[in-house]
Design a protein around this ligand. Structure first.
Ligand SMILES: [Zn+2]
Length: 105
């Protein structure tokens, strides 16, 4: 899982610091892990038809890192709740955000 250094924009393989400028990348790793954890929790909730909890988890994941997966989960949770306007907004967000590993972290 590559990280792009926020200081110098160098792509780094899994590392605790940037190989070019030495910036600490650990906080970014933690944010990414928390976003992934929230996403997995949301998927778990949706599988158990707890769409409100799934939506909250998806929104939390989205706040930490904008991913198509978080937007997609929120889209499905909104559909399950028959919130079609919100589902449409999440669908558009999922289409606009770049795939994993192409963002800043
Ligand atoms: Zn750097």
């Amino acid at each position: 899982m590559d990280l792009t250094c926020p200081a110098c924009r160098k792509h780094n393989p899994d590392a605790d610091c940037c190989t070019r400028c030495g910036a600490d990348l650990v906080p970014l790793v933690h944010i990414r892990q928390a976003a992934q954890q929230a996403l997995e929790e949301g998927r778990h909730c949706l599988q158990r038809r707890r769409s409100s909890d799934a939506l909250r988890a998806a929104e939390h994941s989205w706040q930490l890192k904008h991913t198509p997966e978080a937007a997609g989960l929120a889209f499905l949770a909104c559909l399950h709740q028959q919130q079609f306007d919100a589902a449409t907004r999440w669908y558009r967000r999922a289409q606009l955000v770049k795939p994993e590993n192409s963002g800043i972290f």
